[in-house]
Design a protein around this ligand. Sequence first.
Ligand code: AMP
Ligand code: GLY
Length: 445
Amino acid sequence: MKVLVIGGGGREHALCWHLRACSPEAEVYCAPGSDGIAQVADVVRIAADEVHELADLARDLKIDLTIVGPELPLSLGVVDEFQNRGLRIFGPRKAAAQLESSKVFAKEFMRRHGIPTADFEVVHDAEEACAAAARFGLPVVLKADGLAAGKGVLLAHTKAELDDAIAAFFEHRKFGAGGDRVVVEQFLQGEEVSFIGLSDGLRLLPLATAKDYKRIGEGDIGPNTGGMGAHSPSGVADASTAALVLERVMHATVAGMAAEDNPFVGFLYAGLMLTDDGPSVLEFNVRLGDPEAQALLLRLEDDLARLLLRGARGDFETTRLDFKKEAAACLVLAAEGYPESAVKGARISGLDVAATHEGVEIFHAGTAKTETGWVVAGGRVLNVCASGRDLRHALRRAYDAARRIDWPGRQLRGDIGRRVLQAENIQHSGITSIPREVLGEESSG
Ligand code: AMP
Ligand code: GLY
C-alpha cells in the first residue's frame, strides 16, 4: 500500500513513523515533509497548501491513501479536490472543516445541537462587542472567526484588556478578514483536556485520552503556543466524564453533521474545559492535535493505514481502537524566542545519545540537516517522546532523554505532567477521594 502524509511537523513525523512501524510493507511518502521526516519516509517538497499539486502527486505516484496532518489544506478543500479526482483521502471536506476554520460556524452548530459550550454572541463591530462583553461581564473571551494559528483568541480580565482586544479586532484589524466576525463568549474556569476521535461520517472511534500544555511557561503562564508537551492518558478526565464527553460532544457532533448533510470524516478533536457544571467545548479541530498525536501514536496498536483507508471509504468496519496499557509522554524542545520570534540556525547537540535511551522516540518538528549536523529551523524544534509503564515512568524517560539535547536558548518546560502526578500522590496517600480511574483511565469504545 502507498500512503501519502500531508504536512511537515512533529505530528507528521510521528504519523510516518507509525505507518512504517505497523505496516512494514507500506510505502510512505510525505509532502512537504522535512529533513527529519526523510529518515522514515520519501519526502516530496510540495507545500501543504498546494492542493492541486498534491493531487497531481498522488495521481502520479498511484497513492492508495492520503492522510492530512494540518488544518490549512483541509480548510482550502484538499479533500474535495482529491475526491473530485477519484483519489482516496482521509479527512473532512471543506464544508465540514468549518468546525475548525470558522468559530462562528462551530458555535452556531453546537447551539443548534445542544452540545455544551460557553454562552456566546457573534459581533461585527466595536459597539456590538462592548455590549456583548457587558452582558457576560469580566473576564470575557473574544475569538476571531477565521483560522489564526492559535493566536486568534484574546482573554480580557480587565476593562483595559477588553478595550485593547476590541481595538485589535476592529481598529487595528490584527486578524484581517478572519476578524470581520468575532465570537464574544463567557469565560470558563477549570482544567483543560482534549478528546480526539476518528470518524468515518457515521461512527466515531475514540482515541485514548490525552492532555496538552499550551502555554510557553511553567505553571501555565505566558503566551499560548502550538503546545509544549502532552501525555496520554490525560490523567484528568475520569471514566464518567469521558463517557459524558463521548456521548454529548463527540457522538453528538458526528450525528449532527450527518443530520445536516455535511458528514464529518476525519480526526475530530474537541478542546474542552472541565468546569464545575460539566465539560464544555472550547474549540474543535478537524485534525490530530500536535503534540497530542505524538503521545497517542506511541500507544496506538491498530494498523493506521488500513483503518483510515476503510474510514475514507465510509466504514471503519470496527467499533474500537486498541491502545497499549503503557503511558506515553511528549516533550517539546522549542527555539529561543518562541513563540514570538524563533531564533533559527543554532546547532543541536546530544540528539544521537538521546535517541538511544530506552523507550524513547524523537520526532522532528523544526530542524534542518546540514553538513555539520542538525540545526534549529523552526519554533517548535524537537519532540522527545517516551513510553513507560505509567505516566511517571514515561515522563521520567522523556525528561532524561530531553535533557541530553541542547543548543543556545533551548526552551523546555520542566512541569509537563507535574500537577497530574501530584494529584496521584495525594490520592495514593489517601488525603482525598479522587477516584482511581482518574489517574490511569483511558477512553474505550
Ligand atoms: P481556542 O482556540 O478556542 O481553544 O482557545 C485557545 C485557548 O484560549 C484555550 O485553549 C483556552 O486556554 C482559552 N480559552 C478559549 N475559550 C475560553 C473560554 N471560554 N474560557 C476560558 N478560556 C478560554
Ligand atoms: N495541541 C493543540 C493543537 O494541536 O491545536
